[in-house]
Design a protein around this ligand. Structure first.
Ligand code: NDP
Length: 282
């Protein structure tokens, strides 16, 4: 029996519909949730991501705005813009599209975003909320929040399960580990210096993979029946593939496909965070 595929596309569509209904209610009270995306430079992948975020906002009635800055913008000019946006009551969410050009210290910039408008959840205040079990008081980064929503809506409760996260980035690995811990899983975080990675993976009831290497995790590393969440988005010979090899489909109980698994959830969660920011601003 092959793994049951978790339909991220379908679940994300459900969430967008829920957000749309919530936005309609806010608009009846003359509140229009607003997201401003700051894009520095002309990286084509970033431009595509920003366009899809704008389109998604438009579809649910969130006002979106993109501030495009040239690639040679200085760090202080960028911070000046963020400080203006922090003061603007019509801007509920601020998102600085990453990566930033090399001459800009991304951490220094992200720290300048008002934490109450930090819909990406990267500000240290929000990271602190997440690691102190107060994720509901701050903003959770969108991809890990989306993964938890996929688990919830598929009826998978992490409590008491062995969760293994491969990857320790601030964007995916660490926050998903914090959320799984908050959900009472027993969490192991693996990275490039981990010894016996395969053994760790074989113990996982829930395996979250965010490594950025195509088809890295092999089917015989998977515990039979495990829930496998493949966060990877890699382009190989023009086609998208994840960080988990096709052979995982045999062993896993549940698996997120690439594309159509975790990917669509990220923008859906961004929309949710923006609406939450608008409501909290009331
Ligand atoms: P990073 O490159 O920031 O992090 C990769 C992590 O994988 C690092 O912690 C690294 O370890 C670890 N790693 C690398 N090689 C190995 C190895 N051989 N064994 C074990 N661990 C290893 O990536 P991100 O977290 O930003 O992204 C990961 C993937 O997820 C990418 O494919 C990205 O495109 C995708 N992604 C998808 C999103 C979505 O919406 N679906 C959103 C964000 C990312 P170390 O720390 O030791 O270097």
């Amino acid at each position: 029996m092959g793994a049951q595929l978790i339909d991220g596309k379908g679940i994300a569509a459900e969430i967008r519909q829920e957000v749309k209904e919530e936005v309609a209610k806010l608009r009846e009270q003359n509140i229009v949730p607003g997201l401003t995306v700051v894009l520095v430079g002309d990286d084509p992948a970033s431009q595509t991501y920003v366009r899809s975020k704008q389109r998604a906002c438009g579809e649910v009635g969130i006002r979106s705005d993109v501030k495009k800055l040239p690639g040679d913008t200085s760090q202080s000019q960028l911070i000046e813009l963020i400080e203006e946006l922090n003061q603007d009551p019509e801007v509920h969410g601020i998102l600085v599209q990453l990566p930033l050009p090399k001459h800009i210290d991304a951490d220094a910039v992200l720290r300048k975003i008002d934490p109450t408008k930090d819909v990406d959840g990267f500000h240290p205040t929000n990271v602190g909320c997440l690691w102190t079990g107060l994720s509901h008081q701050g903003f959770v980064p969108c991809t890990p929040a989306g993964i938890m929503e996929l688990l919830r809506r598929t009826g998978i409760n992490p409590q008491g399960l062995n969760a293994v996260v491969v990857g320790r980035s601030n964007i995916v690995g660490k926050p998903i580990a914090a959320l799984l811990l908050e959900a009472n899983a027993t969490v192991t975080i693996c990275h490039s210096r981990t010894q016996n990675l395969e053994e760790h993976c074989r113990r996982a009831d829930i395996l979250v993979v965010a490594v950025g290497q195509p088809r890295f995790i092999q089917g015989d590393w998977i515990k039979p029946g495990a829930v496998v969440i493949d966060v990877g988005i890699n382009r190989v010979d023009g086609a998208l593939c994840g960080d988990v090899d096709e052979s995982a489909r045999e062993a896993a109980g549940y698996l997120t496909p690439v594309p159509g698994g975790v990917g669509p959830m990220t923008i859906a969660e961004l929309l949710k965070n923006t609406v939450m920011a608008a409501k909290r601003a009331l």
